[in-house]
Design a protein around this ligand. Structure first.
Ligand code: ZN
Length: 138
């Protein structure tokens, strides 16, 4: 029984975590992780690196910095497998669109009472973004 109780010791593969693809990171940018703050994951990440990626919305090459990762995975307790997929500019635009849609959805729960608010909001959304959320397009 004693033998089976000792778990294998996890080490990041050649000190580079499973999380990173070698050709996408800047090895000079390493920031030490605090493993005790990472949310549950069988294999922790010991060092964060600046990681380049292509923004989902605008297609521009951008960087998910080591410090942003530290904030995501330690302060915000995001799962280590979650990745940034949008550049900062597109993330802000996406969030605003989502917030707008969520607000409209909440208002439509009581449509008759909120009809005026909904119309006002839709006009503002259309003005700001040049389009309406899907369910409200003609
Ligand atoms: Zn973008």
């Amino acid at each position: 029984m004693e033998k089976s109780q000792s778990l294998p010791e996890f080490k990041s593969a050649s000190n580079l975590s499973w999380r990173y693809s070698q050709d996408r990171i800047d090895l000079q940018s390493g920031v030490k992780a605090d493993i005790s703050k990472q949310s549950y994951c069988p294999v922790p990440v010991e060092v964060y690196y600046n990681e380049s990626f292509t923004c989902l919305d605008c297609g521009e090459e951008t960087v998910f910095t080591a410090l942003e990762q530290k904030h995501w995975y330690e302060d915000l307790e995001f799962n280590l497998s979650s990745q940034r997929i949008r550049c900062k500019k597109c993330q802000v635009a996406y969030k605003q669109t989502q917030d707008g849609q969520n607000q409209i959805c909440m208002l439509t729960i009581n449509y008759d009472k909120n009809k005026n608010k909904i119309c006002q909001h839709l006009k503002a959304v259309e003005k700001a973004y040049g389009f309406l959320p899907l369910p409200f397009r003609k």
